[in-house]
Each structure stands twice: as C-alpha cells, then as structure tokens.
Design a protein around this ligand. Structure first.
Ligand SMILES: Cc1ncc(C[n+]2csc(CCOP(=O)(O)OP(=O)(O)O)c2C)c(N)n1
Ligand SMILES: [Mg+2]
Length: 552
C-alpha cells in the first residue's frame, strides 16, 4: 500500500482545485508545502512580506477568476496575512490563505509561533477552519475554495499544523474531492427585471453605475450591450473602470459629482452604496433618489437606501435578462434631453480645467502634467495598479481603462501597500501585457521591498512614483525632531529609483516633463522592471471640486 504525506496531499488538492499561483514566504512548517506545490506544477512566488503575498494572491484570484493561494508560516507570518484577508473581504474577492501552524501535539504548550490563528482569521474571512486529520486535507481545501468562490466571493483561511503537513496516510484513506465547477449563474426574478426597466423608462435623469461586481462576473459584453441599447449615461466605480471602455460616448465619469447629485433613478450594477458611492445619501445624492440594485448578495439590497427594485443574481446573467427585456420593448433613453445637455456641459467644463493643468510646463510639475505623459505612452490594454491619495485619485481621472479588470487600486478598504503586490500578480498572470504600477511616494514605502521580487522573477513592470516628499505632500525642510517634524513628511527628494538598481532593475530620477516619455519608452523595451521616480510640486493638488473626494 502506498503512503502519501500531508504536503503532497495539499499540493495535489490545490492543483485539482485549479490553483496555479501561490504567493508566500517559507519557514517552519510550510517549506515542504511550497516544494510540493512546485513538484505538482504550481508556481510559487517568494515574496518579502506576507501582507504583500496576501495582496498578490487576491489580485491573481480576481484576474484569473479562481482562488489563488497565499502561503504563510505560523504566528507572525499568518498575522501579516490578516491584512490581506481584510482587504479581500472588503473588495469581495476570493483567495485562499494557507497558514502553517504549530503542531497539534504541542497545542497549549507555548509552541514555537503558537497563536490563535483560526480565531484571528474568522472575522475577516468567509470561511476559517483548521485541518485536524491528514486524510481530510482535500475535503477542507475543496470546501474553502468553493466557499471563497461561490455567491459573493471572499477570502477563505485554512490552518495547517506542522504535524498535518509532515504526517502520512495510506492513499486509499484519503477523502478525495473533485474540482469545484465555475459558480452557478443565478437569475433575478423576471417580474423584478420588468419592474426595473419600467422604472428606468419613467426616469427623467437616469444613471447607470458599473461596479467591480460586473468585472468579477465577466459581464463586460452584456454591460456594453446594455449601455448601447439603453442609451443611458453611465459611470464606473474605481475598479469597475474598463468594463465599458472609458472613451465610450455614454460615459459621464467626468461629470461624476453632478451626475450623482441630480439623477432621479440609479441602476447599480454590482456596486455597493458604501463610502465610495457616498452611501446613496444627500448631499451627494438627491433625497428623492430611487435605487435599482443588481447584486449577487441578497442581503446587500437596501443597504443605506431602501431599494425601489432589487435584482438578486449573477451580474452577467442579470444584465442579460435586462437586455432581453430591452430587446422586446425596443426602448431607448432619448439622446437629446436636458439631462444629457447638463451632463455634457459639466464634462466639457471639467475637461477644460484638466487640459489646462495637463498643458502646464511648470517645474516642479503638477500631477496632471506627469500623468498626461503616462496616459499617452501606454497601450490600451495596459494594466494599471495604483495607490496613494492624490496620486491614485487624480490618476484614476487621467488614465483611462479600456478593458475590464485593468485597474487595481486601494479599493473598498483603502489599503496602502497593495500596489506593488497587485502589479506583480498582474505581470505574473499576463506576461504579455504592459503593467504600470503608479504609486504615491508614501504608498510605495509600504511594500517597497517587493521591487526585489519583481526583479528576481524578471517581471517587466514599470513602477512610477509621483514623489511629493510625503503623505499628500511634505515640506522641504529636514526636521529630525519628532515633536515638530510634519507627520506627513518623508525624506525630501528621496531617490527611490536607487532601490530597484540594487536588484538589477533600472531607475530614473525625473524632474522635468520632457524626461518622462523617454524613461517610459525605455522601460517598455526592457525585460527587467524599471522605476521612474518623478518629483512633483509638494503643493500640487487635485483640481477644485465641490466636494473633495473623501478617500482618506
Ligand atoms: C495601510 C494604510 N495605512 C495608512 C493609510 C492612510 N493613508 C491614506 S493615503 C496615504 C498615503 C498618501 O500619500 P502618497 O502615497 O505619497 O500619495 P500623495 O497623496 O502624496 O500623492 C496614507 C498613508 C492607509 N490608507 N492605509
Ligand atoms: Mg506623496
């Protein structure tokens, strides 16, 4: 009779469940797990901090559509990965975190790195469990993957004690589990679909908001068809960008504030009325707003504003239902209305202000001038990972996305430290796509050492830092006194580009607008990652808005 060990069983179960990428850091007791994964043909990416590993694993999950894995050691390693569990939970992204744990045999004895890991994971996970018998490893991995993927996605956590990883079992005792099929696509109540279209027909100032739920459910064709057939104005949430190309004529993203404030009926497609959409409440929205909500999670319907119509189901399937009713009724929102002309005026006003900022040749540069160079240099299908405060917010306005799932940013949890990890996952998942990692200088610091990871695997990411000496800009004075130094300030004129050179990447220090494009073009030709550190004005800000974007 043949015996099989825990680590091999873990790796084979992951392979069976469609896992292709593992991001992590090895040590006691998970070294054999990483090796077993590689033996089964699963890629292992050694990262520099488990936070970043957990961010990379969830971005890879979102991009591939199947849960990918973060592997950690026990105790401190697992605790670092809780940052990723929380971030994935907030974004509704799947992922599987496998935490090594001290031996079951030593429970309660003060074992090396012993910690209450399952309890710690639970409030941030959709599923959290410990494996207590070697033969049940495939059972738990299947259950974790299925729970993570089905319904509203979210992270799953499994605790793997050392004696489970090194334990052996007779192969015939193993409880094998087949691969979890793609999630079943659920349909909304047909009567509610009709009610939704009826309400849209009666609306004077209708608006569609496209959320990242549509990107997750691969609803891009259906959503584009809906926007075309209905003639309705739409705007995307930050990571809903690209489901419909940003240059679509019905996009009113550039009139966001006006659109939210004045619409009377909003159709939310896989977008929640949380802080990103200002809760659906006045003063950012009309007090008489009527909400039509499409969501995979029934309990989301009615959050903050009671829904006039709730459509519960898979994003792609439900938008298909909406399209069928539109086809039957041959209805389209008129192209010439007061609503459209109001929106178009606001778009034109906003464009004039941005164009002016983008045309400035002042040194030091403002954000818009630097971002214009990036906008003009990158291919349409580039993937943009981004974080920071102004860097991220202005970058979202200036850099268009034309394809779904091409924008990865601080997201629903507003997490700094995700950018480099997201870029690594994007480059690992799509080796032929250009990956731009656009960072504020503060944001870069959180996971900055991951440039070593990018260099080691020769992932030709272009890292761009918009450097204003700190969090939202720091003063140019060097103050060593913790009682007086600005809490926002970091080292002035810091040469972050030198960090990547330590690992064989290419660094650029840029102070003038005309230096940006040559650096971007050289980065595009390089097989190694590059880092372009762009000094910008410490007083540069976003253009004046009625409401500051309440990101932070
Ligand atoms: C993990 C975490 N810690 C702290 C913050 C608070 N925070 C929000 S934005 C930001 C950095 C903004 O500065 P920078 O990245 O330099 O962008 P800038 O606005 O200067 O362009 C920080 C620290 C956060 N969102 N997440
Ligand atoms: Mg900054």
């Amino acid at each position: 009779m043949a015996e099989i060990d825990g680590a091999t069983l873990i790796a084979r179960s992951l392979k069976e469940q469609g896992v292709e990428q593992v991001y992590g850091i090895v040590g006691i007791p998970v070294v054999p797990v990483a090796s077993a994964c590689q033996r089964e043909g699963i890629k292992f990416f050694g990262m520099r901090n488990e936070q970043a590993a957990s961010y990379a694993a969830q971005a890879a999950s979102y991009l591939t559509g199947r849960p990918q894995v973060c592997l950690t050691v026990s105790g401190p390693g697992m605790v670092h990965a809780i940052a990723g569990l929380a971030n994935a939970q907030s974004n509704c992204w799947p992922m599987l975190v496998l935490g090594g744990a001290s031996d079951i045999d030593q429970n309660g004895m003060g074992a090396f790195q012993e910690a209450p890991q399952v309890e710690a994971a639970r409030p941030f996970s959709k599923y959290a469990h410990a494996v207590e018998r070697v033969e049940r490893i495939p059972y738990y991995i299947e259950q974790a993957v299925r729970t993570s993927l089905y319904g509203r996605p979210g992270p799953a956590y499994l605790d793997l004690p050392g004696d489970i990883i090194t334990g052996h079992v007779e192969e015939e005792e193993v409880v094998w589990k087949p691969r979890v099929p793609a999630p079943p696509r659920t349909l909304a109540d047909p009567a509610a679909v009709r009610a939704a279209i009826d309400l849209l027909k009666m609306a004077e100032r209708p608006l569609v908001v496209v959320g990242k739920g549509m990107a997750w459910s691969r609803a891009e064709e259906e959503v584009r068809a809906f926007v075309d057939k209905s003639g309705l104005p739409f705007l995307p949430t930050p990571m809903g960008k690209g489901v419909v190309p940003d240059d679509h004529p019905s996009s009113v993203a550039a009139a966001r504030t006006y659109a939210l404030q004045n619409t009377d009926v909003v159709l939310l497609l896989g977008a929640r009325l949380n802080w990103i959409l200002h809760f659906g409440l006045p003063p950012r929205w009309s007090p008489d707003l009527k909400v039509i909500q499409v969501d995979i999670a029934a309990e989301e319907i009615g959050t903050n504003v009671p829904a006039a119509v709730g459509l519960v189901g898979d994003g792609r399937a439900v938008v298909h239902q909406l399209n069928e009713v539109l086809d039957e009724e041959r209805w389209q929102y008129p192209a010439e209305t007061l609503w459209w002309s109001g929106l178009r005026n606001k778009i034109a006003q906003g464009k004039a202000t941005s164009d002016e900022l983008m045309a400035s040749e002042a040194v030091p540069m403002n954000y818009y001038r630097a971002l214009r160079e990036i906008r003009d240099a990158i291919p349409r299908d580039a993937i943009i990972a981004s974080e920071g405060a102004n860097t991220m917010d202005i970058g979202r306005q200036v850099l268009p996305n034309f394809f779904p799932r091409t924008r990865l940013d601080a997201g629903s949890f507003g997490t700094m430290g995700v950018g480099l990890a997201y870029a690594i996952a994007a480059a690992a998942t799509f080796p032929d796509r250009r990956v731009i990692c656009l960072e504020g200088d503060s944001a870069f610091g959180f996971s900055g050492m991951e440039v070593e990871t990018a260099c080691r695997y020769e992932l030709p990411i272009t890292f761009v830092i918009l450097n204003n000496n700190g969090i939202g800009g720091g003063p140019n004075v060097h103050d060593t006194n913790p009682l007086t130094a600005s809490p926002r300030a970091y080292t002035g004129q810091a040469h972050y580009e030198k960090v990547i050179e330590a690992f064989g990447g290419k660094g650029y220090f840029v102070e003038r607008p005309e230096e940006i494009r040559p650096a971007l073009d050289a980065a595009a030709r390089s097989k190694m990652p590059s880092l372009i550190n762009i000094m910008i004005d410490i007083n540069a800000n976003r253009k004046k808005q009625q409401f500051a974007w309440l990101t932070h």
